[in-house]
Design a protein around this ligand. Structure first.
Ligand SMILES: *Cc1c(COP(=O)(O)O)cnc(C)c1O
Length: 241
């Protein structure tokens, strides 16, 4: 058992961090000509103990994200999840799709036509349709998942025809950048794709969510058009794996 006073300190830290982040989200939203309510705020809970995640949920966080299917399934029964959405934000292997469909409210990390089809197949089997985002590797980095921009355009028509999924927008993790101007270039590039695809009015593709911005760059991301930021370490502290 962890000591009660230690836990109370930890709760206060998390609440303090959430207050700060909310303030910064609001300022960035206003600067970008929007309102606080226009921006969704996800707490990224990978590696975080359920006790701490519950502190964030008790505070009022209503959206959490996990990277791994197994970790989400293992933790979810311990969490105060009434009215809280759970999203998968990490790479999904085909053989795990059956376990996560019907559990996650959204899968943000759809990074191939193959996985889109498998999520769809599993959804139809369960009599549901699954909300997804398409993940774009906007920096074209070798070691990262996501569609490259050219793959994305090559495959978007095929994806629009898949029954069993609803494409709700895009997600990205940009390269680590030393300069904000370069970072903003990546954010702007994906924002332009988001607008472009929306204008094409494809069946079954509704660009409502642009998921970008993490602990180190969420204010810039909002300024560049993000409406969903995914924040982990700025809430819970550095991760220990
Ligand atoms: C871990 C992770 C985050 C959160 O990262 P922080 O820098 O801790 O805020 C956001 N998005 C994805 C896809 C992640 O894997």
């Amino acid at each position: 058992m962890m000591e009660k006073s230690f836990l109370e300190e930890k709760r206060k830290d998390i609440e303090y961090n959430l207050d700060k982040i909310n303030e910064k989200i609001e300022n960035a939203a206003i600067k970008s000509g929007r309102k606080r309510e226009d921006i969704n705020f996800m707490a990224v809970t990978k590696t975080v103990d359920p006790v701490y995640i519950n502190f964030a949920l008790d505070y009022g966080i209503d959206l959490i994200g996990e990277n791994r299917v197994q970790e989400l399934i293992r933790k979810k029964d311990e969490l105060h999840l009434d009215g809280v959405e759970k999203h998968l934000i990490g790479h999904l292997q085909t053989n795990k799709a059956g376990q996560i469909v019907g559990v996650a409210d959204m899968i943000q990390s759809v990074d191939s036509v193959k996985i889109a089809k498998e999520i769809a197949r599993q959804s139809i089997k369960k009599g549901i349709s699954t909300d997804v985002l398409l993940e774009i590797n906007i920096g074209g980095e070798e070691n990262k998942t996501g569609f490259s921009v050219s793959e994305f355009y090559e495959n978007i028509h095929e994806i629009s025809e898949i029954e069993g999924i609803n494409v709700k927008g895009l997600m990205t993790v940009p390269p680590i950048c030393e300069k904000n101007t370069i970072l903003c270039k990546f954010f702007e590039n994906i924002y332009n794709i988001y607008v472009d695809i929306n204008d094409k009015k494809l069946d079954n593709i509704n660009m409502q969510i642009l998921s970008m911005g993490m602990s180190g760059d969420y204010e810039e991301a909002i300024l560049c058009g993000s409406n969903l930021v995914r924040i982990g370490s700025a809430i819970f502290g550095p991760r220990t794996y």
